[in-house]
Design a protein around this ligand. Sequence first.
Ligand code: 13P
Length: 250
Amino acid sequence: MRTPLIAANWKMNKTTEETRDFIIQFSPMVKDINNVEILIAPPFTSLAVAAKYLKGTGIKLGAQNVFYERSGAYTGEISPSMLKDCGCDYVIVGHSERRQYFHETDAIINKKLSAAQEVGLSVILCVGESLEQREEGKTFDVLKTQVSRGIEGAQPAMLVIAYEPVWAIGTGRTATPEQIQEAHGFIRNMLRETFKERADEIRILYGGSVNAENAHTILNIEDVDGALVGGASLKPDSFIKIIKAKGAMK
Ligand code: 13P
């Protein structure tokens, strides 16, 4: 049985003070939540303060990006061991915003994944098709390429996949349960081909306009093991509702 994972991707939002205030308000809300792993991925500048206030809450900490080199002359970059040092358990790689705005390729994303797992960080690998690709009937080709190239050499015990159709991110438009199940089932089969029975350890999250209203439907789809939440994770009140849509109470 896979433990569901509900992850907050705050993207480029929240100062250190706002991060602290969120955690102080949010952490008591989850103290009775059972059987769900909760993760917050704030911007780099908030990692240290988040680590301090998350201590003892059971809530995991993640980063939204990482560089693949260990150290050296890479102005502006952050290494996997720096994230470990800040208290991170997870890192998100290959988010569509990074593919789109920062021209990250599957090869770069795979290097980031390997470097992160090497220091013991679990990796959430994001994949998903654009609207144009879906309309051209290329969804499964895109998923096949992004997943197969992304997971090359990966360790399944430290791997999570997030299916985020680009057209559903920040648009208020979610994929239908049929579209989600179809994509997740496809990814699950690919993982089985690569990792055999160890594929069953890997969680596949859905992301793209998940909110308090649609969480129950989405999180109860057969092959959905949790959610990667953007906008609706920025407020404790809406994020907790998504978690409660999945989590059993103690
Ligand atoms: P939204 O939930 O704001 O659509 O963002 C989804 C996402 O990109 C999470 O990584």
